[in-house]
Design a binder for this molecule. Structure first.
Ligand SMILES: NC(=O)c1ccc[n+]([C@@H]2O[C@H](COP(=O)([O-])OP(=O)(O)OC[C@H]3O[C@@H](n4cnc5c(N)ncnc54)[C@H](O)[C@@H]3O)[C@@H](O)[C@H]2O)c1
Length: 433
């Protein structure tokens, strides 16, 4: 099939590449000229494990092309995916200007029947608005489908090629048949393609993300309570997680959820509720607790240093919002950095992939180390913000040699309490003492 993907970010590029992998002819469109140039030169502009191999293979096979021209995109694809940003607006709602703007432009360029697929995460009713934005500009026949994306950064290729489910929201039999044909190669093992109406599909994505954010936040509150009463959240987690109704995943406490999806999606669903006279009390609490959780290590650090951290030097390990990505959008590490800078602290940072993005944001305010140990040289404390695998079994004796003071504040509970203490460290983590 001929496919166009408008917006070539984390979702669009993975979608385009993985659709090319099953033999489709894919044209990816982006307004960012530098990004398009980079891709045309055969370089992947983001870090996503295993994407490069598929990317190179499909470019070589001439099945994956890039352009800045929306006109080319509209004429190329029988199916046109919108993988555009839906960032948080000032009032917490999803900013639909990218999606609706592109829909309007597509309307002006439409010459024959196309299926326009909304892959961006959007509030209930957006498919109708996209339809109206297009039909205001043209009399040509088209269908709009809601096809929310569930991929996780860091596992995006696997998630796209072997999805647990595909959700298609469509009231058009023709469009829905075409979408099922497109996705058939990805569900050969029997995972479902779930067809529903557009509104339910749109809400499914928000409900899934808000539920996961709530699960994380619930565990963060349990962890905070563990500290008050002397319980160990790791043991509580193990005890809870073995209940199959609860499950083991998303029970790990930490310094809050971040990323390009959970924070904005929880807020957008909350705002959607308000707009429809429904107060999502539970989401209100999730947003509030997560805001506090992102800085939960700060009082612990202040208390350890008797409220005097001005001029101290700290190392931060992990800057991306989670491991295996270079994405720093809403990363808890950024909130830590901002808070520590306010206290007049010097910060050395290290992350395996996210350093360039952080440098673009903080410039010379931070020292960028070339490896995890270098970051700890002559520091008064090490703070862990992202659970990259390489941080899991450090050489503690090297750390002790490098650091001025043996204090670790771990926002991701990477080490056994006893191990860290027996290595001679003051070790503070989340929900354990
Ligand atoms: N990142 C994720 O893990 C993830 C997962 C599931 C769903 N989503 C949703 O998918 C959507 C896209 O997210 P993302 O993380 O890929 O965003 P992104 O910011 O990484 O990518 C968006 C891309 O769109 C381009 N763009 C902006 N305006 C354009 C226009 N008018 N024409 C062409 N290109 C344009 C940008 O230059 C950018 O390359 C969002 O709604 C997001 O909530 C994201």
């Amino acid at each position: 099939m001929k496919i166009s993907v408008i917006g070539t970010g984390y979702v669009g590029l993975v979608t385009g590449t993985c659709l090319a992998e099953t033999g489709n002819n894919v044209l990816c469109i982006d307004i960012d000229e530098d990004k398009v140039k980079t891709m045309q030169q055969g370089k992947v502009p983001i870090y996503e494990p295993h994407l490069d191999i598929l990317f190179e293979r499909n470019i070589k096979a001439n099945r994956l092309l890039f352009s800045t021209s929306l006109e080319e995109g509209v004429s190329h694809g029988d199916i046109i995916f919108l993988a555009l940003p839906t960032p948080e607006d000032e009032d917490g709602s999803a900013d639909l200007s990218y999606v609706l703007g592109a829909a309007k432009d597509i309307g002006k360029l439409l010459k024959s029947y196309k299926v326009i697929v909304d892959k961006s995460t959007v509030p209930v009713g957006t498919a109708d608005r996209v339809s109206r934005a297009i039909s205001n500009e043209t009399d040509v026949d088209f269908d709009v489908v809601s096809n929310p994306e569930f991929l996780r950064e860091g596992f995006a290729i696997d998630d796209f090629l072997k999805p647990e489910r595909i959700v298609i929201g469509s009231s058009s039999e023709k469009a829905s048949a075409l979408m099922q044909k497109l996705y058939k190669p990805y569900v050969r093992s029997g995972n479902p393609i779930i067809i529903m109406d557009e509104k339910s599909a749109e809400l499914t994505k928000y409900a899934a993300n808000a539920f996961l954010a709530t699960k994380i936040t619930f565990m963060n509150e349990i962890a905070n309570f563990c500290e008050k009463v002397g319980a160990d959240v790791d043991k509580v987690r193990a005890g809870m997680g073995t209940d199959s109704r609860i499950g083991k995943r998303f029970l790990f406490p930490g310094i809050g959820y971040g990323g390009s999806c959970f924070p904005k999606d929880v807020k957008a669903l909350h705002k959607s509720g308000k707009d429809n006279n429904y107060d999502f009390d539970i989401l209100n609490a999730v947003i509030k607790v997560n805001d506090i959780q992102k800085k939960i290590l700060i009082p612990k650090i202040l208390s350890y240093f008797n409220n005097d951290i001005k001029g101290k030097i700290f190392a931060i390990w992990g800057l991306a919002f989670k491991p295996e990505t270079d994405d720093i959008r809403e990363a808890p590490a950024l909130y830590m950095i901002e808070e520590l800078l306010k206290h007049g602290v010097q910060i050395n940072v290290f992350d395996p992939e996210a350093m360039p993005n952080v440098k673009r944001r903080f410039g010379e305010q931070l020292n960028y180390a070339s490896n995890m140990y270098e970051a700890t040289k002559e520091t008064d404390a090490l703070i862990i913000c992202t659970e990259w695998s390489i941080f899991r079994t450090p050489d503690f004796s090297q750390l002790k040699q490098f650091m001025n003071s043996n204090a670790i504040f771990d926002g991701r509970n990477l080490y056994d309490l006893e191990d860290a203490k027996s290595e001679g460290f003051y070790y503070s983590s989340i929900g354990r003492q």
